[in-house]
Design a protein around this ligand. Structure first.
Ligand code: ADP
Ligand code: MG
Length: 356
């Protein structure tokens, strides 16, 4: 068991691409840590640098306190699952799983025992003699996990392990992976570009943009208090309302409405300041009747999300999104009001959250 600490990690690829820019990251022992960010932000590069498959241009990688920056992959005690699984097509499932042990020159007996052990915990017992080409996507994914686990690494690195599964299988695999990690309590870095996956699975998470980390926190913290506009617009399964406004004393004028200042920004902004008012659709109370401190306008769109609907109001030319419960959906064209919760609304100044 071990923690993982990255300090000042920079990675420049030939050709002048800076994939990681002086990045610091600390993952606690036994933690399930999600690394979230759009395609191309450097997630895979970060994992490969921890695994030793890429050499950092600067900075230090520590596992369990030991500096492994200069060690080859085989001596770092990490297990990695690649996005495309990277199984050996000519080897059986058993040989694929036992491969890391062979690299370590473990004996035949030990390799077989370890492979059977891990295969058992992943429900692969009956597939040991098959080759990867004879397996479903979900089974291949489990074999890749089993291979990463076989040598009992101190740190698990999972690069978008669920992204090649279809939607239903992906949900099942989420639960399965979460339970497995709970049982093993191995320090795990889980890479995804899917914010819902990160929120659902992680103990803590980091949001990356262009080789940098923009916020670290628990899913609840990152969801409730995005630290900047990048994270605010990246997180959430419905788009967060981010509307330009102007501070007027204890109030703010935004999208034609005069609203109380968000609780978290009180005393921290001055009259006349130009800010962005942020509130998630979850935190707006929608009504068909006139209300104080509300965005007011015509209902432009109603989207059915299953148990609830996303209502888009046209409020003084700005789109304001509010979630409404089943059976309370308005008709498009109706007049509507949406009151943001002052204890959930946020202000952003120069792109950063206003908070003390
Ligand atoms: P992600 O996994 O978040 O999609 P990557 O780590 O794969 O991002 O890539 C980060 C950046 O580094 C991208 O701009 C990508 O084009 C670049 N990159 C990745 N691998 C290489 C490489 N081997 N050579 C040059 N540039 C690379
Ligand atoms: Mg990647």
């Amino acid at each position: 068991m071990a923690d993982l600490a990255l300090t000042g990690i920079t990675k420049d690829y030939p050709g002048g691409v800076r994939a990681l820019a002086a990045l610091d990251l600390a993952v606690a022992d036994g933690e399930f840590f999600a690394l979230l960010g759009p395609s191309g932000c450097g997630k895979t590069t970060l994992l490969r640098t921890v695994a030793g498959l890429e050499t950092a241009s600067a900075g230090t990688v520590r596992i369990g306190g030991a500096d492994v920056t200069r060690l080859p992959p085989g001596r770092r005690d990490v297990g990695m699952v690649f996005q495309d699984y990277a199984l050996f097509p000519h080897m059986t499932v058993a040989d694929n799983i036992a491969y890391p042990l062979r690299v370590r020159r473990a004996g035949r007996e030990e390799r077989h025992r370890a492979a059977e052990d891990v295969a058992g915990s992943l429900g692969l017992e009956t597939l040991l003699a098959r080759r990867p080409g004879e397996l479903s996507g979900g089974q291949q994914q489990r074999v890749a996990l089993a291979r990463a686990m076989a040598a009992r690494p101190k740190v698990f690195l999972l690069d978008e392990p669920l992204s090649n599964l279809d939607a239903r299988l992906r949900l099942e695999a989420r639960t399965f992976l979460k339970r497995l990690q709970n049982e093993l309590a191995v320090t795990t870095v889980f890479v995804t570009h899917d914010q819902a996956e990160a929120l659902a699975m992680a103990d803590r998470m980091a949001v990356m943009e262009a080789g940098r980390i923009r916020q670290v926190g628990t899913p609840a913290e990152v969801f409730r208090r995005p630290a900047n506009l990048f994270v605010a617009s990246f997180i959430g399964s419905t788009p967060m309302n981010l509307l330009p406004g102007r501070v007027e004393g204890e109030q703010i004028t935004v999208a034609g409405a005069v609203l109380p200042l968000p609780v978290s920004a009180r005393g921290l902004v001055a009259a006349g300041e130009e800010v962005v008012f942020g509130v998630r659709p979850e935190y707006l109370e929608y009504s068909g009747k006139a209300a104080d401190g509300a965005f007011a306008g015509r209902v432009a769109v109603v989207e059915n999300l299953g148990g609830s609907s996303l209502v888009t109001l046209d409020a003084a030319g700005q789109a304001v999104h509010a979630l409404v419960g089943e059976g309370r959906e308005p008709e498009p064209g109706a007049r509507g009001w949406a009151v943001p919760r002052p204890d959930r609304a946020l202000l952003y100044r120069d792109g950063e959250l206003v908070v003390d």
